[in-house]
Design a protein around this ligand. Sequence first.
Ligand SMILES: *Cc1c(COP(=O)(O)O)cnc(C)c1O
Length: 385
Amino acid sequence: MALDDARDLTGRTGPTGLPDPTDLAGASYPAYVYDLAGLARHATAIRSALGGTELLYAAKANPDAEILRALAPCVDGVEVSSGGEMAHVRKALPDVPLAFGGPGKTDEELARALALGVHRIHVESPGELTRLQHLGPAEVLLRANLPIDVPGAVLTMSGPFGMDEHALDECARRIASAPHITLWGIHAHLASGLDAPALLDVAGRITAWALPWLEARGVTEPEINLGGGMAVDYTDPTARFDWAAYGAGLSALSATLPPGTRLRVEPGRAVTAYHGRYVTDVLDVKSTRGETYVILRGGTHHLRTPAAKGHDQPFEVLAPRSGPAAKATLVGQLCTPKDVFARDVPVPPLEPGDVIAFTMAGAYAWNISHHDFLMHPRPAFHYLR
Ligand SMILES: *Cc1c(COP(=O)(O)O)cnc(C)c1O
């Protein structure tokens, strides 16, 4: 089921999906345009589809303060992965519950989490737990790295993330003799890029392992954080993760679990990806050895997503000229062959000054990009409310 109408996909404007010219009047390119109203509708729909499952937003997908403020009324909390994110999110949203995860937490970060009253700390190793014990009372989930096979995953979060059964047992033993550490449950973000049936299957296997394990260690009203990783399909901008099926499946799963069990998820990409666009103009069009290149103002130092994921970033040409479409490669201004937004894609006739809007640029886009490479100006930011 698509939760969004077409307006959510393309911004708040008419059927062409172009930014309202009055919103960008006098604007210079490149510019990020975030549709905050559409984002809030999307997040509200996600939360209602999830029913009793709690929704945290993973700030690392897009920590823009305006995005955080738009999401705050629609989520149960925010997951942060560093001291920097923790300070930033706390400043933008003074009251929202925070969960603090991520490998390699320093003593300073842990101490700051306790001082800020972070709701849950997701402990990544027995060593981290020991350092936390010395800092003061804390409410924790243990991050599990379970040997669950996840076919179809884009990324598998094994390796350094979380703990195997042996390390989890070690943590539970230490917590048993540390009354100021409260064990609430298990955190398991095992893979990303999964559809609803695959994530439900993983959820079933996580809870099947975690609940007996927690019960044996005296945790009576356990919390299970199932992580994020809901699929975003960049080849089909109209596709959406099936939140309705996922929410219904989690409710059905929940009904089989001991009363008092709380399920929680922490998506990032599938929340914000659809409500950001990177809009820029054509500087040059040229043909080299039979290939057509469209050179755009800006580049992957602003929108690294296509380079990071190795895909063609979906886009729309604003006010396209009539004429036959032809294949071209859309590149930026950087002096590297990796500065490609989309390769060999059909475009209408293009000339310098024409404007292109890259869609699905609301997650892991600006904030993962290498802004300073080549020292071009930064983009403008516009917020549609
Ligand atoms: C990155 C991350 C998320 C969010 O993942 P998405 O793919 O953006 O949904 C959630 N939890 C943890 C621990 C993460 O590292």
